[in-house]
Design a protein around this ligand. Sequence first.
Ligand code: IVH
Length: 700
Amino acid sequence: MNEAEATAELEKLAREIAHHNRLYHADDAPEISDAEYDALVRRNADLEGRFPHLVRPDSPSRAVGAAPEGPLAKVRHALPMLSLDNAFADEEVADFVARVRRFLKLADDEPVALTAEPKIDGLSCSLRYEKGALVLAATRGDGATGEDVTPNVRTIADIPRRLPSEAPDLFEIRGEVYMSKADFAALNARQAESGGKIFANPRNAAAGSLRQKDPAITAARPLRFYAHGWGEASALPADTQLGVMRAIERWSVPLSTDLEVFTDMAPLLAFYRGIEAKRADLPFDIDGVVYKVDRLDWQRRLGQVARAPRWALAHKFPAERAQTTLVAIDIQVGRTGKLTPVARLEPVGVGGVTVTNATLHNADEIARLGVRPGDRVLIQRAGDVIPQVLENLTPDADRPAYVFPDHCPECGSEAVREEGEVDVRCTGGLVCPAQRVERLRHFVSRHALDIEGLGLVHIESFFKDGLLQSPADIFRLHEKRAELIGRERWAETSVDNLLAAIDAKRQPPLDRFLFALGIRHVGEVTARDLARRYGSWVAFEAMVDRALAIRRGFEPTLGEPERKAAQRRDAAVVAAVETPNIGPEVANALLDFFDEPHNREVLAALFAAGVAPADLVWQTKESPVTGKTLVFTGALETLSRDEAKAQAEALGAKVAGSVSAKTDLVIAGPGAGSKLKKAQELGVEVIDEAAWNALVAGAA
Ligand code: IVH
């Protein structure tokens, strides 16, 4: 490569990396994987190493992250918030230690102790405590200037408002705000149901949740924190990295669960391998292990280069990728008729697991990748999610483009893509055997009716033989006991066990029953919201009929201008459904379901077969707060505001927005201010969230 080429490539890299920095740090919406990003940074570093005089003033090697944008106030960090140099191979870790030794001119027999801990995939945050009080919390931003997220951070339970008196007068704790994998999945499920933003990964969800103008939104999101260092400090409680971290831990700030010190390479690398092995089982995403020189006097002498300290190194895990051949593209038909393409692959090992299938998401994704059966593809497995196809490695091969089916492969009905939707759906409804089997499977699944012993294989074979056609048939299976016993692999006891398991579910809780119906957009959370709001099937169905009548009333008006009329109709429908968190999309899906005579028939058959959804008992029961007026203030940690309000209302209480002489009870969480003060002045009873949860549980 000559200088002109290097100059051009460095310019291109600077532009690309800046673009991806903005997507990642400012928009929380990355387009490329961390491994791909790292590859760009490495390529840049490699070229700069070979052509040091070509390093650009705006080189990505000199910048950390992206300068913050948006509505939050900017804060200048007292000490810069640094980034880390990366290593992938074991030799690079050995090189790092050798560099440290050379820099410090250490004797060969002088041990170098290093701390090691997981590198969690969150966003870094600096917490400034003055005289023990949390006074400022800031994101990293570009390393010099971050965003003020103090009110938001005050809602995170892991972060104490005060440090004990033994802490120095001024101390900045630095660490990572993150979201657990389980909380991330639950948040996305909730977002999907309410039509909110879907986050790409836990890191983006954490960033999007923290960088909010309204701290109430942050409070409703399950954020966690762990400390991995510190910034400005008036004094240090120890003279080693580990010592200071243990002091921070004593001040009730969580640290990484795995934090150890090593002086030899072999155990250090064994620690890295150990963390890598349990990576998929950890409750949060990590992307490597961080090593830090333990002695603080050495850290001071080592100092930093450009954007990263000389005394620390991130030892990243290799991306779990492999190449294989795409054998076929199969189409699966889901419960709501959605056609999902699945890549069938020549079996290949990726990070210790044999992969034979990968998701292709939808027709657009296939078009974007340009993949066809026969192509070589690059696949990636991240944690325990379904493997993905990243790239077609043989785009130029002479093969026709894949044509997405326009008919359902299961029932032959037309498959259509509605305007503004990415998914193609089978229009066969209950005529489509795939949809019927999926519906049955969903109906009995763990979070729905949870009928033990009725797995997919049984459903499929019962369906094929005409024993089960619709959900009501499940509750009439006892009429076919003799026939069942005669079936292969079924004996009297196993049949009786199954019939008993079915009998046990004749009165399913209302929320499970609603979820089991498989109404589009009505997931577990929405089903629970509806059940809490209406308490009984009778009340729920009355609402549906009311709302349907209102919606039908709008139909003749949907002429001109269409959009305004639709908006007014949607507003009326939402008002009629009267349930927190339920917007027009969900409300209309709910009504669509009940507007379909087929579905009413399915329900009628279920009720005729003796199924009776159980009322929510605590809805109608007297509770200690029935008839009382409550006020929630401060952050709630386990509940959203809406859920707390729904609980209170279900217990027969009224929820008010401000404290007055009429208030009977105040539920105060962290950060409660003037309302709590007023309650205390007026002598109103105040309890915390735990006491509230106990009260709700007691009333259930
Ligand atoms: S130390 C001066 N330790 O990774 C060194 N960072 O890629 C500051 N991170 O900005 C960082 N886990 O946001 C350190 N155990 C850990 C970490 C960690 C995650 C993040 C941190 C940092 C980024 C660098």
